[in-house]
Write a protein that binds this ligand. Sequence first.
Ligand code: NAG
Ligand code: NAG
Ligand code: NAG
Ligand code: NAG
Ligand code: NAG
Ligand code: NAG
Ligand code: NAG
Ligand code: NAG
Length: 519
Amino acid sequence: MLLLPDLVVLATLALTVKADTPVCKAYGTKELSQFSKEGDINIGGNFSFHQKPVEVKPTLLVNPGSIQCEWLNPDELQYAQTMIFAIEEINNSSELLPEFSLGYRIFDSCPNIPLSVRASLALMNGHEEGLQRCSKTSTAHAVIGDTTSTSTIGIARTMGPFLIPVISHSATCACLSNRREYPSFFRTVPSDLYQNVALAKLVKHFGWTWVGAIRSNSDYGNNGMATFLEAAAREGVCVEYSVAIYRTDPRDWFLEVVDIIKRSTSKVIVAFAEGNDLEILFKELFWQNVTGLQWVGSEGWVTYRNLALPVHYAVAQGAVGFAVPNAVIPGLGKFLANSQPSTRPGDRGLVEFWETTFGCKMTPGSLGSSVQACTGRESLRETNSRYADVSDSSLLNNIYKAVYALGHALHQLTNCQSGQGPFENGTCADKKHIEPWQLLHYLQKVNFTTQNGERVSFDDQGDPPARYTLVNWQMDSTGSIVFQTIGHYDASQTEGQQFQMNENVSAVWAGNQTEVTTF
Ligand SMILES: *[C@@H]1O[C@H](CO)[C@@H](O)[C@H](O)[C@H]1NC(C)=O
Ligand SMILES: *[C@@H]1O[C@H](CO)[C@@H](O)[C@H](O)[C@H]1NC(C)=O
Ligand SMILES: *[C@@H]1O[C@H](CO)[C@@H](O)[C@H](O)[C@H]1NC(C)=O
Ligand SMILES: *[C@@H]1O[C@H](CO)[C@@H](O)[C@H](O)[C@H]1NC(C)=O
Ligand SMILES: *[C@@H]1O[C@H](CO)[C@@H](O)[C@H](O)[C@H]1NC(C)=O
Ligand SMILES: *[C@@H]1O[C@H](CO)[C@@H](O)[C@H](O)[C@H]1NC(C)=O
Ligand SMILES: *[C@@H]1O[C@H](CO)[C@@H](O)[C@H](O)[C@H]1NC(C)=O
Ligand SMILES: *[C@@H]1O[C@H](CO)[C@@H](O)[C@H](O)[C@H]1NC(C)=O
């Protein structure tokens, strides 16, 4: 809130200087969107398409230009395309928002960039445009994103003072459930808080009251483990040891952890860790034949595909843990396989992916390029790309739900009866100039069922009801590791009703047992 008066002064100054012809000019470097299409109402998107900024040394003497990023992540492209798919579906629907066309503007929030700097520039620009009303389309009415908790925090901080709704599909940090710091934040993925409590209940449920604890030495692991330990104490679960690992730790430390595990008497290990940290530990445990322990895990590793290898299975056979429920989104797979890149500025999101997938250039003639031009007949259907694979749609479904939540909120807003509206003296929002806080009001109240049968609503903190599937590491007849769903957890049910085990699938436990062992 402190920022606001300064901005107003800045913008007013700009107005006085150019009193005759107010022209909008973005300060700093304008970031081009990755995907865009204008509608009556635009939804913004922020996804971490690239993993790493290309290093530049700013001299602070010249404008550094736009920030270049590398390491394109196809999963993030999938998130963006799912958002576009859902927007098109609503746009095509004659029931939801029939009078309005929806548009989108999707940006790359390449991580580790001085977010505060970039975000506050974007914010200033948005505000300036709004004040001068010289551009019909100022900032988006709401934003979907981001993928990691850290960049989501940056975006939620930026948008909060303007009450522009931000909905994340995958930021799980419990710290975001705070209406004072993040007044406009929502998410369609449950907060880690519920998972820690659920893990403690799971451990208790199976009668495992003497456990060891391993965590990643990161925000995710440390915060997660801290709440797990509290919840475990409440459930009467005792913790024999608690150690932290991190991928960059020396091998000696991993060997030390293996020794701690070998010396301990507990047979159950609760791991709140990221897949790439546990991978290292699993290898060491395998080499020393430390098998037959019952692993219990957080979603950070228990459904991490790269971890599902026979070597790791030897160590963590029968592991159980929580995962975001998978879903089927009819039509999405086809939509992804049919997507085509565009070379229009502001809509280049698929170009880089296309060029690397097919080894061609969309804009030939660049100096010294020996690479051939793309023919336009390339098709993703013949490739085996992760981008078109929708077998794990859990996060895609979270994006889908987020877009629909906005669709339903806007629908309610536009259907408001004059005199019976929720705002002062029963007024409604002006459909031609929807204010973000008005949309926020309706978003807080949505409660609907999606076409694929899921109820969507938010609590006072913007959190969805916490529902997880309980998965179990099993080996199928071909020798592949599968994450078998063996039950469900629903935090909104009463105590004792929260776990539902699937009666018709059998679980495998540590040591290839078919019955749960109470250690
Ligand atoms: C996030 O998206 C909004 C609108 O969609 C855009 O104005 C802003 O620059 C983006 N922020 C970042 C950090 O990429
Ligand atoms: C939405 O529908 C309008 C009218 O049918 C169309 O012109 C526009 O391209 C559509 N927008 C999107 C994002 O599909
Ligand atoms: C929306 O309608 C257009 C035109 O009929 C069609 O090409 C497009 O595939 C539809 N999009 C979705 C997501 O259903
Ligand atoms: C692990 O088990 C294998 C086969 O049983 C054995 O050959 C090997 O020596 C064991 N390794 C250790 C470190 O005990
Ligand atoms: C609401 O009604 C009161 C009394 O009629 C009036 O003073 C006030 O200005 C109205 N507020 C708005 C926003 O119309
Ligand atoms: C949403 O609606 C359903 C049925 O109409 C109701 O049972 C449920 O309590 C509602 N949820 C919230 C959060 O209001
Ligand atoms: C049991 O299996 C049937 C068919 O295989 C399935 O329809 C049903 O949902 C399953 N029940 C549970 C509780 O998973
Ligand atoms: C686990 O037990 C089943 C039979 O109960 C057996 O078919 C399978 O080979 C065993 N797997 C391992 C990895 O020991």
